[in-house]
Structure formats: C-alpha cells, structure tokens
Design a binder for this molecule. Structure first.
Ligand code: FAD
Length: 463
C-alpha cells in the first residue's frame, strides 16, 4: 500500500509536531516553511523571551544576594552577552527540530506556500521558482503576526513589535508598552529588570485580562513595587517624535489626555492569524478575522485540510498548537480519540511567575456555578522562604463536591507547579484523590496540597 501523502504548511510547534506525528503513523510528509524552522515559538516567541527572562531574573537576583550571605561587587549587564545567550539557545533548539525532521525522513522545502485546490499546494521558493505539490491531506500551521492598531505615528522609527524588541542589544532608558497582555507584561518585567523605566498603557480595566482577577491584582502590586507604571482604562491615541528623537505617546485616560515620553515604544496589542497569503477563498475554505474555521478535529470545511495552532485563532499558545497537531493528524490517519475538554495551562513569565489552568473565579460567578475556594500563601511554604521567594499565592477552586475546577498561581516556579493541577483537572480529581497523595518536604508543591486540603477546611498550615 502506498503511504498517504501529507503537506504541512509552516514549521512552528504546530507544523513540525504534525509532520513528525504524520511520519510516525506512516505518512510521507513534506513541510513547507517560508522563514525559519521552529516558527514564532522557537525564533521570535516563547524561547527567546524566556532566554531574556532568565538573564533579567539573574541580573535582578544579583541585587538580592546579600540576604543569602553573599556579597557581590562589580557585576554589570552586557546586552551583547544577553543576546548571545539567547541566540545560542534558539540555535540549539532550531537545529534540534531540523534534526528531528530529518530523522523522521520528512522533506523540508524552503518557500512560501498557498493553496491551489483542496489537494494541491503551490510553493514559491526564494529563488523565484514555483512548484505545485499534491497530497492526500494538508495541514495549515501558518501561525500569527502582531496586530498593529490604527494609531497615528505607529510606523515611526523606535516604535517596535515583539520581534524587534527581542533583538535589542541596548537597554532603552524609557520604554512605553502599548498593551498589557501576556507579551506586553513579559517585556515590561524583562526591561524593568534590565533597568528601563517602563510604562504600560492598557485599554481594559485589568492587565492580563484573561487571568483570575485576584491573582492579577496581587501581581499588579508587585509590578508597582518593581517600578513598572501601569495605566489601565487608557487608550494610546497618537505617537509623535520630538526634535531630540524622543517619542511622545498621547494617551486618553480616565482623567483626560496625557503624554508619555520614551525612547522606544513596544506595540503588543494582540496577534492575528497569518492567513492572508494562503488563497483560502480560491480553495473555498471558511475563515473569519479570528482565523480559519475548524471542527473538533481541527479539520476545515474542506475534508482532508486541517488548520492548527495560531492560524485557527482558538488558543494562541505553543503547547495548544502541538496538541492540536496530534489531534488533527491522528484524525487524518484514522487513529481514533476520545474527546473531552482538555484543560490548557497558561503561564506568564513575570516576577513572580503566574500560571493558571481551568476556570477563574469570575467565570464561575458569571456562569452561576456554586464553588469552594481555598488559598495558600507562599510566605508559609518552607522551600519558598529558603529561596527568598515567599511572595505569592496558590488559589484552588472546586465545585461543591470538591472536584477541582481551576487553579491559579502567582509565585516561584508557578509555570512548573501548574502541571500537577492540570493533571488533577484533566482527570477530574477531587479533594479526596489529592488529599492522600504524599508531597515531599520541603517543596513548593506542598502549597498545592495545602490549598486543596483547605477546600474542606483540613489544611494543616492554614490559619
Ligand atoms: P508559528 O510558531 O507562528 O509557526 C508558523 C510558521 O509558519 C512560521 O515559521 C512561518 O514562517 C510559517 N509560515 C507562515 N505562512 C507561511 C506560508 N504561506 N508558507 C510557508 N510557511 C509559512 N506561547 C507559549 O505557549 N508560551 C510562551 O511563553 C509564549 N511566548 C511568546 C512570546 C512572544 C513574544 C510571542 C510573539 C509569542 C509567544 N507565544 C508563547 C505564542 C507562541 O509563539 C505561538 O502560540 C506558537 O508559536 C504558535 O505555533 P504555530 O505553529 O501555530 O505558529
């Protein structure tokens, strides 16, 4: 029997995972990538930001070593070195993905793809040639791009996107960030730690809008202490350049208009699916401004054509793209799956870290679900105190019977701690299931155990 042919458009965490899964299941796979293998995640997103986050955290930590009895004299920030570390990590991972594709006998073509029909894809190579490829199945995984709001002066030099700020080999004295979502707040934390005077302008009445409000409120207090200025319910209206090259952003706030002067402005107001160049109309694939429309198997309205990751606009996270890749390719290859609502954890790499899974307290209230709530403060966790990171909270929400519905963390290693909670939600575990599980001491994970015990008033270390 001849192998099924599969074309994957885009080599990010959606596309490369789809390609490898297809090869594992016996398909003959071609990946078409117009830029760099690894996509936004490896080259311009998750990984480079976390490399900068590490440098920024370390630089900040150098100012706090005295509490551990270590006195450090004469350290300094070297942004070329910071960029070097970032590039080395990105390079290692991109090479790793390229090696994985090769090991799985996946063809990789450099070029820009668009659909010709529901079984044909045209590829324009950098050399100017166009080739037409045919397949039994096509996976669209073209990701997303920054949204640029219609603000006068947005195209001035010094007004940058996340992709450009990632390459800064200097620390702006003053940095304004338009948009206090995850990307904006991560850069706010990074450049604040590097020494920039950071001001965030957020249109909504809460930064990090999708997160549990109590966690965000507590984080906002920390951000303020760190010196990050945040203007909520404020709209950036116009940007202009002064003779001394400074950028002035005129904002409309609760009490009227005001100006913010800075050296650089980051625009991070959200991302839009990258689907314009795909010829979707010609291929009669349904889409909207939010992305390509898909079924629960991530199949479009054209059988055999799938759309995964940021381009379908469902959940713009790398791990969601990779999960959707497996679901889509398994469906295409006839591997059946049981479908349940899989909880998707999300993390924000600020100081302290934030991580979240499941429903927020606001969502529970809005949908009228009766719930129990318990919190544990990291200030009462021995491990956190030894680390000098006692600031933070772990909040657990369950239904009236104690089945976990949401877990929200601000604290040390929140991005790792969230996975025990994610497993609990994934398996619909209740208080009793977690109660009897022994958590090692002294660990940060004890905070989760204690918070869960607290749902039924049984926590030992809660006052
Ligand atoms: P992408 O990774 O964008 O890959 C799409 C690929 O398709 C690209 O390589 C592109 O060049 C290629 N392509 C596009 N059009 C064509 C075409 N016509 N022909 C051929 N190739 C094409 N997510 C997290 O989970 N954790 C994080 O910490 C995190 N941090 C982020 C930080 C920043 C600054 C940004 C911008 C994003 C971050 N994200 C994070 C989001 C994450 O990067 C995306 O959700 C993820 O990359 C989506 O994967 P994808 O495969 O759908 O698309």
């Amino acid at each position: 029997m001849t192998a099924k042919k599969m074309i994957v458009i885009g080599g990010g965490p959606g596309g490369y995972v789809a390609a490898i899964r297809g090869a594992q299941l016996g398909a003959s796979v071609t990946v078409i990538e117009s830029n760099k293998i690894g996509g936004t995640c490896l080259n311009d997103g998750c990984i480079p930001t976390k490399a900068l986050y590490k440098s920024a955290s370390l630089y900040h930590a150098m100012t706090e070593t005295a509490q551990f009895g270590i006195h450090v004299d004469g350290f300094r920030l070297d942004m070329a070195g910071v960029q070097g570390h970032k590039q080395q990590v990105v390079g290692t991972l991109v090479d790793g993905v390229a090696a994985l594709l090769k090991a799985n006998r996946i063809d990789v073509i450099s070029g820009k793809a668009h659909l010709m029909s529901n079984r044909q894809v045209a590829v324009s190579t950098p050399e100017g040639e166009t080739t037409v490829l045919s397949a039994d199945g096509i996976v669209i995984a073209t990701g997303s791009e920054p949204m640029m709001p219609p603000i006068e002066g947005i195209d001035l030099e010094g007004v940058v996107t996340s992709e450009q700020i990632l390459k800064f080999d200097f620390v702006p004295k003053k940095l304004t960030i338009i948009g206090g979502g995850v990307i904006g707040m991560e850069f706010a934390g990074i450049f604040n730690a590097f020494g920039s005077e950071v001001t965030v302008v957020e249109f909504a009445d809460q930064i990090l809008g999708q997160l549990d409000a109590e966690i965000v409120k507590r984080y906002a207090v920390q951000a303020k202490k760190q010196g990050i200025a945040i203007h909520k319910q404020t709209k950036a209206k116009q940007i202009r350049k002064l003779e001394n090259q400074a950028l002035v952003c005129t904002c409309e706030g609760k009490k009227g208009d005001f100006d913010i002067e800075s050296d650089q402005i980051l625009v991070s107001v959200g991302r839009i699916p990258r689907i314009r160049a795909l010829n979707l109309d010609e291929a009669e694939i349904k889409y909207s401004l939010k992305g390509i429309e898909v079924t629960e198997h991530f199949e479009t309205n054209q059988a055999g054509i799938y759309a995964i990751g940021d381009c379908n606009g469902k959940t713009m996270l790398a791990h969601a793209a990779s999960h959707q890749a497996i679901e889509a390719v398994d469906h295409f290859m006839g591997v059946s799956h049981e479908h349940s609502a899989t909880p998707i954890p999300s993390c924000v790499f600020v100081n302290p870290e934030i991580a979240s899974v499941g429903l927020t307290e606001e969502a529970l209230k809005e949908s009228g679900i009766a719930y129990l709530k318990s919190k544990f403060m990291f200030g009462a966790n021995g491990k956190a105190l030894t680390m000098g990171e006692g600031e933070g909270i772990l909040k657990v929400l369950s239904d009236k019977d104690g089945v976990l519905l949401g877990v929200h963390i601000m604290g040390p290693h929140a991005s790792d701690l969230i996975h025990e909670a994610t497993l609990a939600l994934h398996q619909a575990l209740d208080v009793n299931a977690i109660k009897g599980m022994i958590h090692a001491h002294p660990t940060l994970s004890e905070a989760f155990h204690e918070a869960v015990l607290g749902l039924k008033g049984e926590a030992i270390h809660l006052a």
